[in-house]
Design a protein around this ligand. Sequence first.
Ligand code: HEM
Length: 463
Amino acid sequence: MLTICETLIGLVGLILTVWHDVFSPVLFWHWSNPQMAEVHGNIFTLWLGHTPGVVLHGFQAVKDGLNTHPEEFSGRLETPVFKRLGLQCIMFSSGHTWKQQRRFGLMTLRNLGLGKKGLEHQIQEEARHLVGYFETVKGKSLDPSVPIVHAVSNVICAVVFGHRFSLEDETFHRLIEAFDCILAFGNSFHFLLFELLPWLMHHLPGPQQKANSCCEFVRSFIRKEIRSHKERGIPDKPQDFIDFYLAQIAKVSMLLQCCGFKRKIFLGGFLDLKVNFKDYLKNLCARIQRGIELKKVQKELDTVLGPSQLICYEDRKKLPYANAVIHEIQRYCSIVLIAIPRESGKDTTLQGFPIPKGTLILPNLDSVLFDPEKWESPRQFSPSRFLDKEGNFVNREAFLPFSTGSRVCLGEQLARSELFIFFANLLRAFKFTLPQGGKEISTELVLGSTMQPQPYKLCVVPR
Ligand code: HEM
């Protein structure tokens, strides 16, 4: 009976939703359209089927919403798809479970050497492999996203599993494909149907079944990794995320069981963030080809760094222009249009507007990165906005690609280090040119859970 009701409610929701055209990716884009805020103000409500969603538009609304209401707006929606696919990871959990996972995640990243030499060494190692790979290609035209995806994925694999994979590894390819498939499903119309008609869609053939089997593949891969960690035993000094996790379970197994702390899912969730980063780096390479003064970055790199000097994150302080270019790319590309939606945990008010418990909160990060109140000519690419008159790097408060508040991106520091070290290594070693007779790289982005460039090819030529 319940499932029939669910289906009927879902159908009504579907009609409403399609009518309002709200859930489709095109409209996802539409919500973030500045004209919506011009008409309705910087805080406005959208009805997503029968759920109210409050969009926070522009720096002030996002900052007020996420920083002054850290507790009230720290929940996530628990949706049928996440439940069925078993995606109860740190990113999508709420309340006590989320707090526990977040504390443990931060502590473990620190223990593994985040902000110290330990994790930086992994990134440098991957940068070395990446440069080595591009050297072997000898300037032939290629899609650079493949080796770049491998490099960033390998950093997170080293953190979680304690080892990297070779570019030829079949399982590694399948793992990356599985994440791509899950993300693609998340952007599809079938995802929407699954949210609205979970019972029906669970039994019908279609992309939802493929996404399910991809989740199962990732889970079984992680199970295997956990098994092999258990077999070799936890070293006195844990080496990776799984070691820390197993050690923690051994210490407080009873407590963890009470909290419903699901290790494999957490790790799965943790892993899937590499996809964000991959899109960003793909974007980075595409944008590099356009009007960016790469030569100026390369001149700065040549002046400050030796040709074979190991590049550290700390070096950004001596490379203000390169640092400014990376920041401006990240602002201008704005790969995460809307931060992962939050859910209000109790009735509250925001800038005088009542926000009832259970409201979906949609912080529009794109509108922050292009807020005309905060950025001069925001639609122009201009690294100098991150430099003062003397050419020193300056931080900008509206630079929030990683969001802000209690659920700010957990991997922010890791991502920043990777971006800087990969970018500096690649630009020191290579110039990037279009293949002869090749098409200009399209600046149209592909809309998805993160924005991606159109497929493209480049020649990576040693300098
Ligand atoms: C350029 C790369 C990245 C960008 C732009 C980015 C951006 C974001 C954003 C916007 C959120 C949502 C925050 C919110 O709900 O307000 C988020 C969440 C998260 N990110 Fe990232 N991220 C990146 C890379 C990474 C990496 C490499 C990791 C891996 C450690 C990571 C781990 C996480 C986690 C665990 C969350 C969920 C935090 C929570 O819900 O408490 N991210 N990220």
